[in-house]
Design a protein around this ligand. Structure first.
Ligand SMILES: [Zn+2]
Length: 273
């Protein structure tokens, strides 16, 4: 997987004075501006590991204890949030569960964004493996929610509340922290993130701010989501899926032709016999 040390995007911060924005944050009389500023997204994961057999109850959520690794934390490696999102969506980690996923990405979230189970549903007296499965199930639910968010326009995210827990939908809509400073006389925006969830949510929100659209691959059993880069209609996530489906479709067409030829020749034979 390719990892850039940072991801820069140019975003036009554009604020419309309509009822919706007033409802969210606008105070009458507060001045507003439109500025264009490049954004740098810096995700420095919180290194460490989850302790599978220890759990803690906090704010109605039972979650595994996260042990930060001070030595690793000293390293300044940044991870590309888009790369980590692809990794989550790919499902490559699923066999190893949430422990495999967090081995690379560090702490998943904090508070409502932490991996765990709603305490009412959390298994109380279960073995470590069942508990790990329950937490992995939670990570899979995050994955489904984040994929759904990427496929939907931002204005429809609220509707995700019918299929997903409110605490998760709230995390999805949480504003990302942006600081604007000067770099060689020009404005530069920096978004600094410390947990995997915040990094992935910011990547989705930035894609939405840029007006990007996404689509699910049309190959059955391929769950990947890809960005629509041009007006040219595209059905599959990559050339492998496109090739697989082209071969499959042409075999299906050939089989259909053959069976209809057999039928016709049988029909032709019938009157003579
Ligand atoms: Zn595909």
């Amino acid at each position: 997987m390719q990892l850039n040390t940072s991801e820069a995007h140019e975003i036009l911060f554009y604020v419309k004075d309509n009822n919706k924005t007033q409802r969210l944050s606008h105070q009458p009389g507060a001045p507003r501006f439109v500025i264009r500023v490049p954004l740098e997204v810096r995700f420095q994961p919180t290194h460490g590991s989850y302790i599978p057999n220890r759990r803690i109850l906090e704010d109605g959520l039972t979650h595994p204890v996260f042990q930060p690794n001070v030595k690793e934390a000293a390293s300044t490696d940044l991870i590309n949030p888009w790369g980590i999102r692809d990794y989550l969506f790919s499902g490559e980690w699923e066999l190893g569960g949430f422990l495999a996923f967090s081995g690379w990405t560090g702490r998943f979230g904090i508070g409502n964004g932490e991996l765990g189970r709603d305490s009412k549903k959390a298994p109380r007296t279960v073995g470590v493996f069942d508990w790990c499965d329950a937490v992995t199930e939670d990570l899979l639910e995050w994955k489904r929610l984040l994929v759904a968010a990427l496929l939907l326009p931002q204005s429809e995210w609220e509707s995700l509340g019918t299929d997903f827990p409110a605490r998760k939908v709230q995390e999805l809509q949480k504003p990302f922290p942006l600081k604007i400073h000067w770099l060689d006389g020009l404005p530069m925006g920096t978004v600094t993130l410390e947990t995997t969830l915040d990094a992935i949510v910011a990547s989705i929100q930035i894609d939405k701010l840029e007006g990007a659209e996404f689509q699910r691959c049309a190959r059955p059993n391929c769950q990947r989501v890809f960005k629509l880069e041009s007006r040219h209609e595209r059905l599959y996530c990559d050339t492998d899926c496109a090739h697989y489906m082209a071969v499959k479709n042409s075999r299906a067409r050939a089989a259909k032709k053959k069976s209809s030829r057999n039928r016709t020749s049988r029909q032709r034979r019938t009157p003579r016999s």
